[in-house]
Write a protein that binds this ligand. Structure first.
Ligand code: ZN
Length: 369
């Protein structure tokens, strides 16, 4: 459980300049983030969104739904879901407020939790058709490769959740996909899509895969056919050109608390019974154990983890002061999710010693002693 050299500022001219946003706690090391007068794009965009006429945006969505709504019994929109608060909310609103008929696509995450399974079942029971992409053995092997080489323990899943919905839309001839939030500009990242209703299919591999395109290594080439839901081939782009890809956050003010209330009331969503070591609550990313490691690796590489991200959102919404957020972040951000150590070693089929040597290999020596 390494602690960063300095919570606020590390200046190292030749190598790194680590600082945090003046308003929230987002760090300068966050991939793709930019700053203006010391304020991160996530904060700037949050203020900008206050000026949006949300009624007008929702009317645009209604019109779109009128255009794409299918005949009775026909699926007319693909909704990628995880059984959590946000995707449940989006699917529910599409079905009940906008009278669409969603086909939900679920990609099983690595090391899914019991509460994750329960929430997904409850979501299905609340009246949704869910098409499931299982996390097969070959996905584990590929994840192991990306974990060892790039420190990306859930790279395969991150690819699947972006690519599989496109493939399913194509197979079922559905012309609309509704994702949840446009996370890049909302949390600090690529900023060009912040006011775009539609986003380009060619943008997907670049931003969802942490700029590490998913390539099947030689030793797994024989299993290539099993990875069809993870990779979009060039000739498939043209087939998908009529597909409209949208984010719900373009049409309605994104508020996770509101989503949680609806998902608990109508979709049977439940909180986890125990808080994960490096989490700050019992309700975010409870569906899988790998996310905790993914964020711990973000800490080792960039000096921030879940507490930085989650408290920054709370600061923007005015639900935490900056001082409260700093306290929480100092308490949790550096924690390794040791409750899952055995699960990680079993999943990757490696010893504890090997596991920690991989973590060490991906630790940013400019940020840590
Ligand atoms: Zn900020």
């Amino acid at each position: 459980m390494k602690k960063i050299k300095n919570f606020y500022l590390i200046k190292n001219k030749s190598k790194i300049h680590f600082f945090r946003c003046n308003k929230c706690l987002v760090t300068s090391t966050r991939p793709r983030v930019t700053f203006k007068n010391g304020i991160c794009t996530a904060c700037l965009n949050f203020e900008e969104r206050k000026k949006i006429d949300w009624n007008k945006r929702y009317k645009i969505l209604k019109k779109l739904c009128d255009k794409f709504r299918g005949r009775k019994g026909e699926y007319d929109v693909v909704v990628p879901v995880g059984g959590g608060k946000d995707s449940s909310y989006v699917a529910w609103r599409l079905k009940h407020s906008l009278k669409m008929n969603p086909l939900c696509v679920f990609c099983e995450p690595p090391l899914m939790t019991k509460i994750g399974e329960e929430n997904l079942k409850n979501f299905e029971k609340s009246g949704f058709d869910v098409l499931k992409i299982p996390h097969i053995e070959s996905f584990k092997n590929l994840n192991k490769y990306y974990f060892e080489k790039y420190g990306l323990p859930q790279h395969v899943w991150l690819s699947a959740i972006k690519i599989a919905p496109l493939k399913i839309a194509s197979i079922f001839n559905i012309k609309l996909i509704m994702w949840g939030e446009e996370g890049e500009s909302m949390y600090g990242g690529l900023n060009k899509k912040r006011n775009n209703m539609l986003f380009n299919i060619k943008d997907i591999p670049a931003y969802c895969q942490n700029k590490t395109p998913l390539i099947i290594p030689k030793n797994l080439k024989s299993k290539e056919s099993e990875f069809t839901n993870l990779v979009l081939k060039k000739n498939e782009f043209s087939k998908l050109k009529n597909l409209k890809m949208l984010h719900w956050s373009f049409f309605e003010k994104w508020d996770e608390n509101k989503h949680m209330i609806l998902a608990k009331k109508f979709c049977g969503l439940k909180d986890a019974s125990v808080k994960e070591k490096n989490a700050i609550n019992k309700h975010s990313h409870t569906d899988q154990k790998m996310f905790a490691l993914h964020m711990y690796l973000a800490y080792l590489k960039y000096g921030f983890s879940r507490a930085t991200s989650d408290t920054s959102i709370e600061i923007r919404h005015g639900r935490l002061t900056k001082n409260q957020a700093i306290k929480i972040t100092k308490k949790y951000d550096h924690l390794f999710p040791k409750e899952y150590l055995k699960d990680y070693c079993r999943y990757f089929n490696i010893s504890k010693k090997n596991f920690f040597s991989i973590l060490l290999k991906h630790t940013n020596k400019n940020l840590f002693e």
